[in-house]
Ligand binder design. Structure first.
Ligand SMILES: NC(=O)c1ccc[n+]([C@@H]2O[C@H](COP(=O)([O-])OP(=O)(O)OC[C@H]3O[C@@H](n4cnc5c(N)ncnc54)[C@H](OP(=O)(O)O)[C@@H]3O)[C@@H](O)[C@H]2O)c1
Length: 446
């Protein structure tokens, strides 16, 4: 059984108070009996418990707040391996931990590469180097993004770009891409950019930072002959849970398409200017939104099966949405009596003339077919009973809907209204009322 793998193991987890981290801890601690789970949290136990109590209903929060198997370490990732932890804690982790799951990142899509060098790359490299020295290390998991390869949209002419679960070198295939990664990292530290970054059109510096971080993590593993221990998880666009810890679980800022819905909800015009190269963008352009519990279960299954290399945690070709489907769901939520529709143009994805959501998310109007072959293969190794209780693929048996996230859309819309200095009641009027899904008792089966 997958869950048996975790029994008696000691884990160290970063990002445990975020969207993925919270869902992962709930799942792990409700299904298995690890010996101990150490969770790094800025602000320590009080802060972590306050965050979990805020985002989860009491029955689910309790799994985390009153768990005798969990120890919260008050520390912070930075550009040293110490994570602001006392030396004895650092030594204790080194000797005890079997599995490291590094989820944390304080990344914003609009961050510059210089900022990302400090808050994504340096902490990940330091943690990787430190963890790979653990004598009992069995698995090291690094969270990247499926859009680490989004530059392929620009280097490809297809209107549906296939992305495999592998590293796409930014130089020539035959070059030593680990060496190139080290050179690029050195350039990013010195100048805030690199030749390979300048040579490729990534939607955001964040995508390139994750691309580089993946290669540096693998380079450190190769140096120590530990490639077989490293797993890179690439989620696409996170969406609310299908099932665990309860249907609709999300954090208020965690799901990008909720943020889009809130912005479009307040759009006063009839047209929303978006960019695409597709002939029939409504049908051809797609959004790969993946329920957070699919990300969690894929991670925990691949760790237990000792998969190494890159894994896509995505909805994939079968589960992704066409823009038309997303728009249909959005229309049901919008309160303004007139319709707001996409107005498709062929501008570049960096064009300042696009709607601000298109300028921020860039991938609206594109289409990526992320392979999930390695999960399909992994499922073949699982027994029937085991498969049934895992959420490894997005459930698209019902039409896509935004109704379970009304509460978060409204919350986001109020934030948008505040930023625009609009009266807050405008946001309340323009968004449908919804209870937090966690309040709907039938949804919560902790
Ligand atoms: N959201 C998406 O759509 C998406 C898509 C693809 C990939 N990803 C990747 O998935 C990972 C998790 O995403 P998420 O949405 O779960 O993130 P999130 O909700 O924003 O949570 C981020 C977590 O990282 C922690 N953290 C940030 N900086 C830290 C630092 N310097 N030291 C210690 N902890 C720090 C935060 O702790 P605090 O509680 O202290 O703030 C929080 O627990 C990230 O690597 C992200 O890049 C996300």
């Amino acid at each position: 059984m997958i869950w048996d793998y975790y029994n008696g193991k000691t884990l160290f987890i970063t990002g445990g108070t975020g969207f993925i981290g919270t869902a992962l801890l709930c799942r792990l601690l409700s299904q298995s009996s690890p010996k101990r789970v150490y969770v790094l949290c800025r602000g320590g136990a009080d802060k972590a418990k306050a965050k979990w109590s805020d985002m989860l209903p009491p029955s689910a929060a309790q799994i985390l707040t009153d768990n005798e198997r969990m120890t919260i370490l008050d520390g912070e990732l930075g550009n040293t391996a110490t994570m602001s932890l006392p030396e004895e804690t650092i030594q204790m982790l080194k000797w005890k931990v079997h599995i490291v799951i590094h989820i944390a990142a304080s990344a914003q899509l609009q961050n510059s590469l210089r900022e990302l060098a400090y808050n994504v790359l340096a902490p990940s490299i330091c943690l990787t180097q430190y963890a790979l020295k653990f004598p009992n290390l069995e698995r090291y998991v690094y969270f990247s993004t499926a859009y680490a390869n989004a530059h392929l949209w620009k280097s490809n002419e297809s209107t549906d770009v296939s992305v495999d679960e592998r590293v796409y070198p930014l130089g020539r295939e035959e070059e030593d891409y680990y060496k190139i990664a080290l050179e690029a990292w050195s350039a990013v530290q010195k100048t805030g950019s690199s030749d390979e970054y300048d040579a490729h059109d990534f939607p955001w510096p964040y995508a390139y930072a994750k691309h580089l971080a993946e290669r540096l993590v693998l380079q450190k593993a190769a140096e120590r002959n530990k490639m077989d221990k490293v797993l890179i998880i690439r989620p696409s666009v996170l969406g609310p849970a299908d099932k665990f810890p309860y249907p609709g679980f999300a954090t208020s800022h965690g799901a990008p398409s909720t943020i889009c819905a809130a912005e479009f909800m307040l759009h006063p015009g009839r047209r929303i200017r978006l960019s695409t190269r597709c002939q029939n963008p409504e049908q051809e352009s797609t959004i790969d939104e993946v329920p957070v519990d699919v990300v969690v279960d894929r991670t925990l299954v691949h760790v237990a099966l000792r998969t190494s290399g890159c894994i896509h945690a995505v909805s994939g070709e079968q589960g992704r949405l066409s823009t038309e489907e997303w728009w249909r769901a959005f229309k049901k939520e919008r309160q303004l009596p007139w319709n707001a529709k996409p107005s498709w143009v062929s501008d570049d994805w960096h064009s300042p003339d696009l709607h601000q959501m298109a300028r921020r998310f860039k991938i609206i109007g594109t289409s990526f077919a992320f392979s999930q072959e390695r999960t399909v293969k992994a499922v073949e190794k699982l027994g029937d009973g085991e498969k049934e209780n895992l959420q490894l693929f997005a459930d698209r048996s019902k039409p896509y809907s935004l109704h379970l996230r009304r509460h978060h859309i409204r919350h986001q819309a109020i934030e948008v209204a505040k930023k625009k200095k609009w009266p807050i009641f405008s946001a309340s009027l323009l968004c449908r009322k919804g209870k937090p899904v966690a309040c709907l008792d039938e949804n919560v089966k902790a």
